[in-house]
Design a protein. Sequence first.
Length: 202
Amino acid sequence: MNSDDTPKSGPPPNFADLIGQKATLVIEGIDKPLEITVTGIRIHETLPPDHPIYALIGRVASDWAIYEHYLDLCIWTLASVKQPIGASVTAQIMGAGNRLVTIRTLAGERGVLDGISDALKRLEKSTFEPQERRNRVIHDHWSMEVVSKSIEQHRAKPKKEPVFGYVPVSDDTLKGLIGEISQLVMQANQLHQLVGEAMKSL
């Protein structure tokens, strides 16, 4: 290797500078090189560990866990069991939707469904969409597009919206979801209070 062949070290390239540049593309089997112009480039890299978007992702995960905890409290109260015993059962229930079904079934068996029906219906109606978005926030891969600096999720054909590829997501989108989850937490707390009052009347 000649001294001129030694790999050069230095700062990473600014990929945005490549847009508009001309290049020669040599393809095996084609005699004549192709002249091309770079019109766009998309390169993704993993977010740094201290990126502020992770704080919002954490809020989504933590606040949703609070919501499901209030649903668990409803189940334990309806089942009339001590919390550690009830937790042994609810730990096996996946998701808020299955918890809401369990609450409805138990309330029917206990004869208190009429007293909590309206509050339960509101939660059943308002849970599905935020839950789907919560799942995407938690389970999708997050990265940064290095040219635009856009924060993006990689969607891999989720059931609700079968999209494949990178989708930009803003801080405001996550903050809006956090606000919706906070409303669910408040409603679930109110449902738990209704369940407690209904069970006392038995």
